[in-house]
Design a protein around this ligand. Structure first.
Ligand code: UD1
Length: 415
């Protein structure tokens, strides 16, 4: 059990903070290491719980993982790596489903325990399975496991009904070691997809078009280990930016790729914040008054669902009413009950939250219901009057590296 995060609100954040490597890029690139022969050294991998759990799953399958003194993570995978993810670990990590593509690509078989993770809505895998089947795999869903086997795989055309991040990644990974050309249409365009493609190309794959709707993968016979640095985490950056605005602070958020943050920058600017590019990253200045804005979450380059909860927290004290529409995951409004306990006035109808700004939030005891809800409650706590105690802080540590420490370095009162 982790100690609750205890935050005393009312202090404007000031100073600079360095964003860690992207959680979602790190997880998929770690999974992709299964495809690679020899040692892969990854830089900028955040030391967060989700990375630890995926590391433990890879180790249990026979991979060797070591952290270097420079913070890099070395991964070496044996040719006969195990093909079945262990239930006890996999149930703790949704992203363990990314081993389906890499194990199938490498071993031509995989048995993946249907994953757990954050409860933010039903998270089916039909698109992943459809894609792998199109490449020739025999895929079954049985007793809580996805089983995939393939005598022979052949490149093929796959159209995704929805640009699913995980499905795009699983299909890309299998396709790298599948003879012929695989074409993924209506592919996800998230920066983490582009990072995966860059990594795969760095180890010898032939992936083109990542970042557009159509990704083409020409199969090769082997991939060889290299050194690779993952991109910075745009959601961690966005969370600190929202916290800076919420507290009327002045923060330089460093180690960011501004283009990845445009959808978030645009909405924070609409709330009245000043955001400028500086040599170290982005300087975010909150002017103390938050204007209401309407937000619709969408696949990239739309507004990210992973920033929706933090924006709800911020908009709960806006000078007017905001509408927030969630189009990606249906259970993403669980945080509303907790924000309401702090005094927020938010009404949820279906996929829409109507946020009527109140003058202030009040600290109390709340609990995180998922990773981003935890981050949102922290944003709320930073601007609330009095002390907020956030239970289930383990959710926050799944995805944020040294979260309390980083907030403290900006002047927040956090235990
Ligand atoms: C990834 C991210 C997560 C982010 C999400 C959307 C990782 C480890 N996680 O999750 O942080 O919130 O992208 O940006 O990278 N869907 C189907 N069938 C499928 C697959 C997905 O219907 O086979 C639906 C889902 O139910 C959901 C939507 O597609 O409504 C988006 O899911 P997807 O893009 O697959 O998200 P993840 O890859 O799980």
């Amino acid at each position: 059990m982790d100690e609750p995060l205890v935050i005393e609100g009312g202090r404007p954040l000031r100073g600079s903070v360095r964003v860690s490597g992207a959680k979602n890029a790190s997880l998929v690139i770690m999974a992709a290491c299964v495809l690679v022969q020899g040692e892969t050294v990854l830089e900028n991998i955040p030391r967060i719980r989700d990375v630890e759990v995926l590391g433990a799953i890879l180790t249990s399958l026979g991979a060797r993982l070591t952290w270097g003194e420079d913070g890099s993570l070395s991964i070496t995978v044996p040719d006969n790596i195990g093909v079945e993810t262990p239930y006890d670990l996999a149930k703790r990590l949704r992203a363990s489903n990314l081993l389906l593509g890499s194990l199938l690509g490498k071993r031509r078989e995989a048995r993946i325990c249907l994953p757990g993770g954050c409860d933010i809505g039903s998270r089916p895998m039909d698109l992943h399975l459809k894609g792998l089947a199109a490449l020739g795999a025999d895929v079954r869903l049985e007793h809580g496991f996805v089983e995939a086997r393939a005598g022979r795989l052949t490149g093929s055309r796959v159209y995704l009904d929805f640009p699913s991040v995980g499905a795009t990644e699983n299909i890309m990974m299998v396709a790298t070691l599948t003879p012929g050309q695989t074409i993924i249409e209506n592919a996800a365009k998230e920066p983490e997809i582009v990072d995966l493609a860059n990594f795969l190309n760095a180890v010898g794959a032939r992936v083109r078009g990542a970042g557009t709707d159509v990704i083409r993968v020409e199969g090769v016979s082997e991939l060889r280990g290299t050194r690779y640095a993952v991109i910075p985490d745009r959601i961690e950056a966005g969370t600190f930016m929202a916290a800076a605005v919420a507290t009327g602070g002045d923060v330089v958020v460093g180690n960011v790729i501004p283009t990845h943050l445009y959808p978030i920058i645009a909405k924070l600017q609409e709330t009245g914040a000043t955001i400028v590019e500086v040599p170290e990253g982005l300087r975010v200045i909150g002017n103390g008054e938050i204007m209401p804005v309407d937000i619709k979450t969408l696949p990239y380059p739309g507004f990210p669902t992973d920033m929706q909860s933090q924006m709800l927290a911020l908009l709960s004290v806006a000078r007017g009413t905001s509408m927030v529409v969630e189009n990606v995951f249906e259970n993403r409004f669980a945080v509303v009950d907790e924000l309401s306990r702090m005094g927020a006035r938010i009404k949820v109808e279906g996929h829409t939250a109507v946020v009527e700004g109140v003058p202030r939030l009040c600290g109390t005891k709340v609990k995180a219901t998922d990773l981003r809800a935890g981050a949102a409650l922290a944003v709320a706590a930073l601007m609330a009057e009095g002390v907020t105690e956030i239970d289930n802080s383990h959710y926050v540590y799944r995805g944020y590296e040294r979260f309390a420490e980083k907030l403290r370095s900006l002047g927040a009162a956090v235990r």
